[in-house]
Design a protein around this ligand. Sequence first.
Ligand code: NIG
Ligand code: FE
Length: 421
Amino acid sequence: MSQTLLTNATLACIDGTAGYGLRENAALLVDAGRIAWIGSTRDCPVSAATASSSAVAAAGDVEVYDCGGKLVTPGLIDCHTHLVYGGDRADEFEMRLEGASYAEIAEGGGGIVSTVNATRAASVEQLFEQTLPRVLQLMSEGLTTVEIKSGYGLDSEHEMKMLRVAAMIESELGLRVVKTFLGAHALPSEYAGRSDAYIDQVCNEMLPAAHAAGLVDAVDVFIESIAFSVEQGERVFAVAQELGLPVKAHVEQLSDLGGAVMAAQHGALSVDHIEYLQAKDVGHLADNHCVAVLLPGAFYVLREQQLPPLAALREHNVAIALASDSNPGSSPLHSLLLTMNMACTLFRMTPAEALRGITLNGARALGLEQQIGSLEPGKLADLVVWDVDRPAMLSYRIGMNPCVAVMQAGSWRQTVQGVST
Ligand code: NIG
Ligand code: FE
């Protein structure tokens, strides 16, 4: 089928207008993988559409899908994940319940470094097998684009292995995957006490090699007392920018080191976590069109108390994205619906902000807002049909998945009753 027409939909377009960009009784025409037209069902350009009594009918060359009033949103975007890793850290979960902090566990040789050992030990095939159920779980809730970071290899061979697994996820599952190099995630034990030497290695060897292999879409750094300094992050950014790669950063998660301001001033696509970012510094994000990526899963798991500066972000009109931060330590979270609920409950975001956070603003955090993230003519037809009548239902319920169908670049991903995919 070259064209698909959705009729009788409640569209949450998440377009330039405030709120959801809601359109009731709407129709949407998909042509050659892109959204070609949006209007009211009454005016839809395919006459047979309204004549259809079954959910799906063929009208000439056009597949017609009657949404029966269901909600249709843009495909969901998870713009910050660490989905590829070996092993798990359930033992640290138990240690934290007995009083150990995330930073203490990291300093004691656990944390990220323990996942590094398990990731280095796994083959590409084993890593792919372990990653698959995590990704499928996210996909069951309408995920169409995911960012996946390296950062548990911490040498050229194993960082590239992780990025190859991310590329396999894209080719095997037909999901859009953005591959982010995060060599400066933690100091590997072989460089203990020599963090500048490790950053030299990241800048001179690891990043250029991964880039030359075509495995890098963006570059991230973790700026924190348990990771790297602002100056070290700046050195990695300089190399990324020489290679023409966009940058982003984990900053102000556990303390305020000034990483967010530095990243924004380097034109970073996003600064992520930012609980400790001070309201007085938020203007730098606005001035540089830098997206604030909030990660309520890590906030929840680590039982953080410091809230991100939401009022200042709103006041400065900073685009706020949300992501799962799915990783084995601080956020073993595999649900964007739960991420939305947590953002509303823990951060007091509105359901409209939450939905924008995992669609249009997630796209912005990846530099893909011209292609995806909203329902607008010209964009790729990534969309989700939900068995709910209004968008707040997506943030409100906990543990309920109303996803009915997912379209990725114009093709139905899962079988829709009566439609062969
Ligand atoms: O985003 N903050 C640094 N990195 C991850 C945690 C990774 C881990 O604990 O394995 C995060 O929270
Ligand atoms: Fe992270």
